[in-house]
Design a protein around this ligand. Structure first.
Ligand SMILES: [Zn+2]
Length: 306
């Protein structure tokens, strides 16, 4: 199935919608990580949500959706670039015990201390400028509810989300009520019932259908009686932004003494990316060159996938 994000408004109605589905991108994002099924499910729901939220806002920059958990999962991060390049990662505590039917609360909000952070990091952020960040508690039984609460607070727009994920795919639907006359052509009658009607229609969708169907089929099946004004379909995809150069800069910031001592102890510095599992190695020669030239551009071996 195609990795697709469809975006549309309802004709002459103050409602807009999005449907997303990722198969290949989601599988590439989670390959080699071996996450337990419930972690996969939550991270997948966050991934679908990040794509939906990022394409729903007018903002040029990365949207980062994070959960800091107080349970067996300490951290989940999904990052979505404006062109829908996504990457995701989850960190489990060493002693994590996760039942097959563990839900949001069991994973990240055991004693009510879990938090969800939504960060907007502008592409052309000025030095010293802080990214915008909103933090919400994990109220609700699902990621969809947590984010509906967030959108109600931050955008003051009524929003409904449906999210689903398994090992094979992640998918979601977002409907948002636009303020005032939003979506109405000049002179046209405003469709006042549209919000009630479209959310009721979307609620008929089962999680099995959302997992099984292409984004286009979901849209058609739900809203075949509605007149949609579609945007060009978008293509979410997996891409990690890590690189040997970035790791090099990180080592430079640690300082030569620190890095030399790691090399003396372990024979080399090895850094594995949390998102894509790419492994970068710097041996004594690489490190010497790094600190001599201030760049890792020429040094050593290429990234080795784990
Ligand atoms: Zn990476």
């Amino acid at each position: 199935m195609a990795d697709t994000l469809l975006k549309f408004t309802f004709h002459n109605a103050p409602v807009r919608g999005e449907v997303v589905r990722m198969d290949a991108a989601w599988q590439a994002m989670t390959a080699h990580h071996g996450y337990p099924v419930p972690v996969m499910r939550l991270l997948g729901e966050m991934t679908a949500a990040a794509a939906l939220l990022a394409s729903n806002i007018k903002f040029k920059g990365a949207l980062i959706l994070q959960i800091h958990g107080d349970g067996p999962v300490s951290l989940l991060v999904v990052e979505c670039q404006p062109d829908l390049r996504l990457r995701a990662t989850a960190k489990l505590r060493d002693d994590a015990v996760i039942g097959d039917d563990a839900r949001l609360r069991d994973l990240v909000n055991v004693s009510g201390q879990g938090r969800c952070a939504i960060t907007l990091d502008p592409t052309d952020r000025l030095p010293g400028q802080q990214p915008y960040q909103g933090i919400v508690s994990l109220q609700g039984d699902s990621m969809a509810q947590v984010l509906e609460n967030y959108m109600r607070q931050s955008e003051q727009l009524e929003s409904k989300l449906w999210l689903v994920a398994d090992a094979r795919c992640c998918a979601g639907v977002l409907l948002q009520k636009l303020p005032g006359d939003g979506g109405r052509a000049a002179g046209a009658q405003l469709d006042e019932d549209a919000w009630e009607r479209t959310t009721t229609l979307a609620a008929t969708l089962t999680t099995q259908e959302l997992v099984a169907l292409e984004a286009e089929t979901v849209t058609r099946r739900l809203f075949w009686q509605e007149q949609l004004d579609p945007y060009r379909p978008l293509k979410p995809r997996f891409e990690c932004r890590c690189s040997r150069d970035r790791i090099g800069r990180m080592l430079l910031s640690l300082g030569k003494d620190e890095v030399d001592s790691i090399v003396a102890e372990q024979g080399r510095v090895e850094v594995t990316c949390d998102f894509c599992n790419a492994r970068q190695q710097f041996d004594a020669v690489d490190v010497a060159q790094l600190f001599r030239t201030g760049s890792s551009a020429q040094a050593g071996s290429a990234a080795a996938p784990h």
